[in-house]
Design a protein around this ligand. Structure first.
Ligand code: 4NP
Length: 145
């Protein structure tokens, strides 16, 4: 696996965290991977990651402030070896677009579970849980257990 793209709904909360964590590991361990993220939806194109995702990442020493949301496109399915959906709806939407090289992130450590959408969470605590879940799975995916 030389390249991976993480896909959620808005590309502002969950997949930027997955991209940031993976980029950090890519740099630390000199993995030479191509890493990106995108959303299935178009609402937030061009936006920075949501504030709580930026805060939790910063607390962990990862700067995701320069990432900008974009919508996933069919070329991504051939440009990346692996397409990772953050929840089962993302995976279903990607498959409906014709993507075959797709897996759910939870396959790599949380029994196939969805990474819950923290966009609608009232507080910050949800982001801490989501961060931990994404970190465990991304480490396993990159084989850095
Ligand atoms: P994400 O969170 O998919 O983790 O980026 C969301 C962001 C925005 C919306 C939904 C989920 N939205 O409906 O606008």
């Amino acid at each position: 696996m030389r390249s991976v793209i993480f896909v959620c709904l808005g590309n502002i909360c969950r997949s930027p965290l997955a991209e940031g964590i993976a980029q950090d590991l890519n740099k630390k361990y000199d993995l030479g991977l191509l890493i990106d993220s995108a959303g299935t939806g178009s609402w937030h194109i061009g936006e920075s990651p949501c504030e709580n995702s930026q805060i939790i990442a910063k607390q962990k020493g990862i700067d995701i402030s320069t990432l900008r949301a974009r919508q996933v496109k069919k070329e991504d399915f051939s440009n990346f070896d692996l397409v990772i959906g953050l929840d089962s709806k993302n995976v279903a939407d990607l498959k409906a677009m014709g993507c075959t090289n797709v897996k759910i992130l939870g396959y790599f450590g949380y029994d196939g579970a969805d990474v819950p959408d923290p966009y609608f969470f009232p507080g910050f605590e949800g982001f801490e849980k989501v961060y931990e879940q994404i970190e465990v799975c991304v480490k396993n995916l990159l084989d850095l257990k």
